[in-house]
Design a binder for this molecule. Structure first.
Ligand SMILES: [Zn+2]
Length: 370
């Protein structure tokens, strides 16, 4: 909760608390399912970030107003804030303990504060300071010699993680996102396939703006199946930014809550098939923190924990009234009443056929070497 740039910044971890409250009101989260964690030791962060950068983050934590632009700190997207080193180290610590749990007890683990996929070795970027996803992946490589499939479902390209493992054939990165032609960070094209020994182990699926559920799910499921079959991972690390939803203010996709119910099921079945169930899931973007994120992340947890609520959610069950009443006064918009969106009330999307066809072409290109 201390990872907070300032009160007007769109990245707001209040969404994690809202999600936990929604799960508790739904009877889908118990205290025994939660584990505490501490800050990540610096030596693990150094596996993916340069020491010069870590020093800069530490100094910016002490003197937030000074100039650290060479390290991407102090921009409009990623301003400095007090104790940013400590807060970012904590987030890495959560992803690290999740990785350990997954490998040691073959459990699934979810760390919603994590998924800060844009951070680069020597530079903060796109609201991300330390790349906890990359820290966890580097740890899984080093500690367990595991082949890691990274699946990034955030609407923005998972650039930081991709570039950090671009030449590593033991880490395969697969990112589905809105095309970088129109959206930050402007990368994630199909031709970014890895380099050297790592060629073929970077898979990108850049979709058209205004893509809807059916096309998104068709592309995601087919490319993931081919990627997993080609790579045969030991463990899956997935990133769950839920900013491809139509209501998200920072992107142009037009998906509904349906993808956030179906997509975790697709990942779970890949983890069961290839990895003996080993699956670490992380949070990510998501900027409609009242109407979108709590529902999407709660459904992710229900699917991961195989909670019976999933059946009710699938048949358009209502959200718990007590949660709506508690949260509505804080939300600037009317909250939805059901888990899934009432899509029949949405205006039909023009150019649906053209968007679907273009996405199919991209899908074929992305699988060219799989
Ligand atoms: Zn995002």
């Amino acid at each position: 909760m201390n990872y907070r740039f300032h009160s007007d910044h769109p990245f707001n971890q209040e969404r994690v608390r809202l999600t936990m409250d929604l799960l508790k009101h739904s009877g889908a989260l118990s205290n025994t399912q939660m584990i505490g964690y501490s800050a990540c030791p610096e030596s693990f962060i150094e596996q993916v970030h340069t020491s010069a950068y870590i020093q800069a983050v530490k100094k910016a934590s002490q003197q937030p107003s000074s100039n650290w632009l060479d390290y991407g700190i102090g921009t409009e997207d990623t301003p400095s804030f007090p104790e940013m080193h400590q807060a970012s180290s904590f987030i890495c610590g959560g992803s690290l303990i999740g990785a350990d749990r997954v490998m040691n007890s073959q459990a699934r683990a979810l760390h919603l504060a994590g998924g800060l996929h844009h951070a680069h070795p020597g530079k903060a970027s796109g609201f991300c300071i330390y790349n906890d996803a990359a820290v966890a992946i580097a740890y899984l490589r080093k500690q367990y010699d595991a082949k890691v499939l990274y699946i990034d479902t955030d609407v923005h390209h998972g650039d930081g993680v991709q570039w950090m493992f671009y030449s590593d054939p033991q880490v395969c990165t697969f990112s589905i996102h809105e095309t970088g032609k129109y959206l930050f960070p402007g990368t994630g094209y199909v031709h970014e396939r890895g380099e050297g020994q790592g060629f073929g182990f970077s898979v990108n699926l850049p979709l058209e703006p205004f893509t809807e559920d059916e096309s998104w799910l068709e592309c995601f499921s087919e490319v993931l199946e081919r990627t997993a079959g080609f790579f045969k991972p030991d463990v899956i690390v997935s990133q769950h930014g839920c900013d491809a939803h139509a209501l998200d203010p920072l992107s142009h996709m037009h998906c509904s809550m349906d993808i956030y119910l179906q997509m975790p099921k697709i990942i779970r079945s890949a983890a069961d098939h290839w990895c003996n169930g080993r699956w670490l899931a992380l949070g990510g973007g998501g900027y409609d923190i009242y109407r979108v994120v709590p529902r999407a992340w709660s459904m992710l947890w229900m699917v991961m924990s195989e909670h019976p609520m999933v059946q009710q959610v699938s048949s358009h069950a209502h959200l718990p009234q007590a949660w709506i009443e508690a949260v509505q006064p804080r939300s600037p918009h009317a909250l939805p009443v059901s888990w899934l969106d009432a899509k029949s009330a949405w205006a039909p999307m023009p150019r649906r056929k053209e968007i679907t066809e273009n996405n199919r072409k991209t899908k074929q290109l992305s699988m060219m070497y799989l």
